[in-house]
Write a protein that binds this ligand. Structure first.
Ligand SMILES: CC(C)[C@H](C(=O)O)[C@@H](O)C(=O)O
Ligand code: SF4
Length: 466
């Protein structure tokens, strides 16, 4: 009988070396995901040192941040931004040189790195997964230890398939009960971050547990773990269960035949022991979570859609008050203004937070037979070619386009301003992405983070609270 958390178990199983005095450790990495933005320097460093990629078979590449989301058939010729094009070209060249599996723009398996790994079955319980990308926490939904790394670490992992790391702290977020109708993982994540703050999980791995978490689909679990990083934690985790196993089974890279039984037997040991030690515990009742939106320029500046924007005099903490003042000003919102009445200009359904098939089903359910408000420009951007194909098979694309949505090709798109999909200054957007910092979706753009359900309602109503 052990007294370990799930994180402790995965850490111990991957520890190659640990210096007991300094706490510095070397852990083995099972899967290294790479994309065009954080790899050019890493490959250049590798080349300068005359080294090869140690385990191309444990490395998977996709192009996502810089890719345009229309007319991808034109290939890289269609990428007008020189830096973006160079990064995409470098990735193609580097993966070829090192024999790494790559899904370039236009390939059916191409898409956002955190959508691609799980859907290919590359992401599996118990693994250690890294990527030069903070939202690698997404893969924790499978009970994998997954987090972002910096470019110099990308080079280290490419060269050695190990990572220099330090053990993090264990934090539990326990969610009891059941969600209200129309409320889900996105609302829970924003609600949680509004309580613990963007530094609440600093230095921790957050394991989400409890009845409400167990009832979540894999897509919803990915949404939740995706946002763990916005709560300050490097990684989110959910113990794998039958829902996880059913999702993985049969995917291209999932263990087959006899290997499946062996893997399953191991995966079933991946849970936190009843008497494991937690450094921090937060408890939430799912019933208390309401449809939630951000009103400011930090993910912690979130409130129920039924609420009013804060009144500055009511904020006791002076640092929070001045942050709120600046945020309200940037967002063009009056103190005490009803959030639901804010007129929106744009809607974005996409990003590694909410661009999976279930997200489009939920949004299409609302949009079906209705029209996007005349003053709103709305975009639906699938997270991968496979999500796009699945949605089209189900006729979801028609529901969106008939309503007046643009149905795009996969990529990070308007989640961040690294490709042609951006907000114009002062444009207000209901967005299913994960960051609402100043200028995140384009200079001067105003982002409200919402669930796909709220985004779809907002598109129709033309105001944030549709
Ligand atoms: C470009 C990349 C390094 C960045 C990240 O690490 O998260 C991006 O994906 C983001 O969401 O801001
Ligand atoms: S969709 Fe957004 S958050 Fe996710 S990897 Fe791309 S830019 Fe980062």
């Amino acid at each position: 009988m052990t007294h370990k958390t799930l994180y402790d178990k995965i850490w111990d199983a991957h520890l190659a070396h640990e210096n007991a005095e300094t706490g510095e450790a070397l852990i083995f990495i099972d899967l290294h995901l790479i994309h065009e933005v954080t790899t050019p320097q890493a490959f250049a460093g590798l080349k300068a040192a005359g080294r090869k990629v140690r385990r191309p078979d444990l490395t998977l590449a996709t192009a996502d941040h810089n890719t345009p989301t229309e007319n991808q058939a034109a290939g890289l010729e269609g990428v007008r931004d020189i830096e973006a094009k160079t990064q995409l070209e470098m990735l193609s060249k580097n993966v070829k040189e090192h024999g790494i599996e790559f899904y370039p723009m236009g390939h059916i398996n191409n898409g956002i790195v955190h959508v691609v790994g799980p859907e290919q079955g590359r992401t599996q319980p118990g693994m250690t997964i890294v990527c030069g990308d903070s939202h690698t926490s997404t893969h924790g939904a499978f009970g994998a230890l997954a987090h972002g790394i910096g470019t110099s670490e990308v080079e280290h992992v490419l060269a050695t398939q190990t990572l220099r790391a330090r053990k993090m702290k264990n934090m539990a977020v326990k969610v009891s009960g059941q969600f209200q109708d129309g409320v889900g993982a996105k609302d829970l994540a924003l609600h949680l971050i509004s309580i613990i703050g963007t530094a609440g999980g600093t230095g921790c791995v957050i394991e989400f547990m409890g009845e409400a978490i167990e009832s979540l689909s894999m897509e919803a679990r990915m949404t939740l773990c995706n946002l763990a990083i916005e709560g300050g934690a490097r990684a989110g985790l959910i113990a794998p269960d039958q829902i996880t196993f059913d999702y993985v089974q049969g995917r291209p890279a999932a263990p087959k035949a006899g290997a499946w039984e062996t893997a399953l037997a191991y995966w079933k040991t991946l849970y936190s022991d009843a008497d494991a030690h937690w450094d921090k515990v937060v408890e939430i009742r799912a019933e208390d979570v309401e449809p939630t939106v951000t009103w400011g320029t930090s993910p912690e500046q979130a409130l129920p859609i039924s609420a009013k924007a804060p009144v500055l005099a009511d904020i006791k903490d002076s640092i929070k008050r001045s942050a709120a003042e600046r945020a309200l000003q940037y967002m063009g919102i009056e103190e005490g203004q009803a959030l639901k009445d804010l007129k929106i200009d744009r809607v974005f359904i996409g990003s590694c937070t909410n661009s999976r098939i279930e997200d489009f089903r939920a949004a299409a359910d609302i949009v079906k037979g209705k029209k996007v408000a005349a003053h709103v420009r709305a975009m639906a951007v699938p997270g991968s070619g496979l999500v796009r194909a699945q949605a089209e098979e189900e006729g979801l694309d028609e529901i969106f386009t008939e309503a007046g949505f643009e149905w795009r090709e996969p990529g990070c798109s308007m989640c961040l301003g690294m490709n042609p999909d951006t907000l114009a200054p002062q444009e207000r957007c209901a967005s299913t992405s994960n960051r609402n910092f100043e200028g995140r979706q384009g200079r001067g753009g105003r982002t409200h983070l919402v669930s796909p359900v709220l985004a779809a309602k907002a598109a129709i109503a033309g105001v944030l609270g549709g």
